[in-house]
Design a protein around this ligand. Structure first.
Ligand SMILES: Cc1cc2nc3c(=O)[nH]c(=O)nc-3n(C[C@H](O)[C@H](O)[C@H](O)COP(=O)(O)OP(=O)(O)OC[C@H]3O[C@@H](n4cnc5c(N)ncnc54)[C@H](O)[C@@H]3O)c2cc1C
Length: 357
């Protein structure tokens, strides 16, 4: 092992930990990844949108600027993973069609358009009359909307499968156990599971909305709270050649990401709570909104429902904090954008390990 190559411990195998581990291993570091259930956290529920424009929200301009680099960063990851595994990663730059259900929802769209215009996001007003193909499958009572052409999606299930392959090919060791505590001495970092203690040169905590292991000394400037979300997967409508549908429905946010073959992800609920349950009322509201916006979903088959806890920081910005526990850093707070931002998080991890941050 050359002096530049480091042993790196990555705790948490969600999209952030996995892409970070992949990037580090690709840069010839020796990586151990810990997770009792890789990719079954928030990553499991995510729709996979890489949609900076449709994700615009008041006060979140720096987040928008960060996300603008996400698609290019994903194309790099897709290229590298694709040439290693022989599988082509789907990155569908379909854009987003954003519509409102009733007059007050259309008012919310106008307010959104104002913020997006302040951020100088690319968008155009579209109508059913001029562009009927964009509105295919969308309720006939909706005749206008906004098109954000730069938005895209990846399929997290495919991405995770390819990453697991890529990690194996790069010799990353995956330990399917929880890390209960971390620490360090003058020379090493250490991660302890119930059964083992593993040493390395650097450690990264990518534990999403979960509590940090014992021994993680943070500055206190960053905190993470869980914002629970549910998505429903159905089989029925193929709108994969058309934009992602996004809507305000009676004030609630709804989206449908359609993949080829009629597989659609409907989402997403958002609640400030951490219980791993799915309530009937929550599911009913989501499906009612879905049927109002895309009536053809009436006969679609429900495949599964997925729940995840989005890791949200106080200011809703992601962070990469170098901890007071020597040699360790904490990468979290990716909230609604962890899939989009994972390759950018991975670059921070690499800079930390190679000593530039
Ligand atoms: C319903 C829903 C829809 C979403 N849609 C999108 C979207 O379209 N686009 C987008 O960009 N983002 C989306 N997100 C957000 C995105 O899923 C998250 O931002 C992202 O998954 C966060 O990744 P993470 O790796 O930090 O956390 P997670 O995916 O939660 O992974 C954390 C991992 O750490 C492991 N872990 C925790 N503690 C320990 C420990 N002590 N030891 C070992 N392992 C540990 C857990 O088991 C887990 O696997 C969505 C989220 C939800 C809930």
């Amino acid at each position: 092992m050359s002096s530049q190559e480091k042993n790196v411990l990555v705790v948490g195998g969600g999209i952030i930990g996995m892409v970070s581990a992949f990037r580090l291993a690709q840069a010839h570091h020796h990586v151990t990844l810990f997770d009792p259930a890789p990719a079954k956290g928030a990553t499991w529920a995510a729709a996979g949108m890489v949609a900076p424009s449709a994700e615009i929200a008041p006060g979140e301009q720096s987040n928008y600027e960060l996300q603008k680099g996400a698609l290019a960063a994903w194309r790099d990851v897709a290229h590298t993973l694709g040439s290693m595994t022989g599988e082509e990663m789907t990155i569908a730059q379909t854009g987003t069609l954003f519509v409102g259900w009733d007059a007050s929802d259309r008012r919310l769209i106008e307010q959104f358009a104002q913020v997006a215009s302040d951020f100088r996001a690319p968008m155009e007003a579209v109508t059913r009359m001029e562009s009927p193909e964009l509105f295919e499958g969308v309720s006939p009572r909706i005749s206008e909307g906004l098109l954000m052409g730069d938005d895209a999606w990846v399929n997290p299930d495919q991405v995770v499968r390819m990453l697991l392959n890529g990690l194996e090919l790069l010799g990353v060791r995956i330990i399917r156990e929880e890390v209960t505590s971390i620490g360090s001495d003058a020379e090493h970092v250490v991660a302890s599971t119930g059964t083992d203690e593993i040493r390395g040169d650097r450690g990264i905590l990518a534990t999403g909305a979960h509590r940090l292991p014992k021994g993680a000394l943070t500055s206190g400037d960053n905190v993470v709270r869980p914002i629970r979300g549910v998505t429903v997967r159905v089989q029925g409508i193929d709108r994969s050649a058309q934009p992602i549908v996004r809507a305000f429905v009676r004030g609630r946010a709804f989206y449908m990401v359609s993949r080829s073959g009629g597989y659609c992800v409907l989402g997403a609920t958002a609640e400030e709570r951490a219980e791993a349950v799915l309530e009937v009322g929550e599911l009913q509201r989501l499906l009612r909104d879905a049927l109002d916006i895309v009536p053809e979903l009436e006969t679609a088959n429900v495949l599964d429902t997925r729940m995840g806890l989005r890791p949200a920081s106080a200011d809703l910005e992601p962070f990469f904090e170098v901890l007071a526990t020597r040699g360790w850093a904490w990468s979290s707070g990716y909230y609604r954008h962890g899939v989009a931002l994972a390759p950018i998080a991975a670059e921070h991890a690499l800079q930390f390990v190679e000593g530039a941050s």
